[in-house]
Ligand binder design. Sequence first.
Ligand SMILES: C[S@@+](CC[C@H](N)C(=O)[O-])C[C@H]1O[C@@H](n2cnc3c(N)ncnc32)[C@H](O)[C@@H]1O
Length: 289
Amino acid sequence: MTGFSAYWLSLREPVDHRSRDIALQNKLRSHFEHLFFSTDRPMRILDLGCGTGSNLRAIADSLPAHQQWTLIDYDLELLKAAKAELTSWSGAESTAELSPLTITRQAKQIEVAFLQEDLAINIEQVLAKDCDLVTAAAFFDLVSNSWLTRFCGSLRCPFYTVLTYNGDEQWSPVHDADAEMLQAFHRHQQHDKGFGVAAGPNATEILIEQLRLRAYETETASSPWVLTAPEDQMLIQALAHGSAKAVQETALVSNETIQSWLNRRLKATQCVIGHSDLWSAPFKEKNRV
Ligand SMILES: C[S@@+](CC[C@H](N)C(=O)[O-])C[C@H]1O[C@@H](n2cnc3c(N)ncnc32)[C@H](O)[C@@H]1O
């Protein structure tokens, strides 16, 4: 397991939501508004690596009136947390364990199913389900080049993924070891998270190449975390500690340098972490309306 804690996911959720590229999200909205304009059929959505359900909370308001989500993660505790979070977010009636949830919110009816699945193993079976959109947030940098090939080869519908780490980082004030630390951090990013050597910051480029080979149109946008506000301090500190620990595990940088970098970073006043969002649909999809 990669071991993402519900606490870490709750710390990043408000920043994730404000960092998403709005133009690309509007493209998602208008694509499905158009397709579902004259049908009562629910829109079916698969959310890969759902964590506590942040992606649904971010985009449900942009999607058609009747939605059926399947939230997929291999971490049972996160799936339980997702159900609890969505229950309190929507004021829905609480139901047993991981049974489906029905949310009524802003004139939308949203049915949510929770599925425990190891996507490293079962991505082909998951993508064989009938669905209108495959989506994910902060997931695709964990996977490998070969898994991306499997994923793109099995994808049959539009795809929207956001907040894939792209390797750009700017911290202020600067530190002499910034470049050395970032290089080592990127090496750590490649560690196997269960999918093979992780694509890390290269994931979006690989996705674009693979999707275009399969006649999908692709459009990307930048969605950096820009952390400057006093309320961002906890996330800045968590990032600083996380990066220092990751670099230490690589043994590529001396402990003295890491400690000096960390001391400075814990007092950082500004930090920008680069991410990319990606929208992709089969070319023929455009003409289906
Ligand atoms: C960075 S978190 C993002 C969570 C959520 N999408 C969000 O935006 O807050 C990555 C998620 O991928 C899940 N994950 C990692 N490896 C997985 C696998 N092999 N199968 C299913 N889920 C996996 C983790 O449990 C975690 O919930």
